[in-house]
Write a protein of this length. Sequence first.
Length: 277
Amino acid sequence: MILSIASGKGGTGKTTVSVNLALSLGQVQLIDCDVEEPNDNIFIKADIEGSQDVSVEIPQIDPERCLNCGACANFCNFNAIVDLPSGIKIFPSLCHSCGGCKLVCQNDAISWKDKKIGYIRRGKKDDILFYDGFLDVGESRPTPIIKSLKYQIGTDIDTILDCPPGTSCSFLETVNGSDFCILVTEQTPFGFNDLKIAVEALKKMDIPFGVVINRDGIGDDEIEIFCKKETIPILLKIPYNKDIAKLYSKGESFIDCFPEISRQLVYTFYSIKSMIT
Ligand code: SF4
Ligand code: SF4
């Protein structure tokens, strides 16, 4: 099973659920797809065994062949090629490697070159296979790194994908292909608003999902009313507890101090698994 763990809003406890679920289960793959701010390994403490650069292809122009016709600049919707009085200029960090500029060039003046935008790492913590990825500073395209991470998904082991926060393309890239998505939320107006956006996205992608309410006991009951109305299962409520927050701030999991919640996470996981198979 590929289980993605997401939250419309950052800071709701997505990482807490991902790492504590992985540590409670064991024999699982945990992939931290939040490549702009990966922090699962603060809690997992995996031994890193290797890393691999991630590159994208960007165009380069052969000045000998370029006719300065401007067709490539006109085509590029991302303003990554600009037709300047001094000639055609490429801005690699804006390029989405769509390939369109090369297609419209009538004089075969465009070829490709690799540009590194980040890297992924693999490691191990007991029987947990761990992966995370890092987008280089100044780069704006997390999705190729997320794709590289998702190539590591094994077919013979359950996989937990810790999604990036929000509902932008990096979230969509991560959840795409998941068998189920857990939406971690909190009972606050911001949590509720962003939950609704994530729910709409998952419905459109036809990915089954359920909700975990974190820090239960604070805020109002709007989310529960919403879930009831929309027939969205509330899979688990993790109570608000200062000691869980203290453990988080020290980079520690809660499975030893809160074994009952750990058991409930495992139970939730297997309930989902039986629901989708
Ligand atoms: S389309 Fe080709 S020939 Fe025209 S400006 Fe771009 S690179 Fe040069
Ligand atoms: S590959 Fe696509 S995004 Fe990149 S410069 Fe060419 S047209 Fe623009």
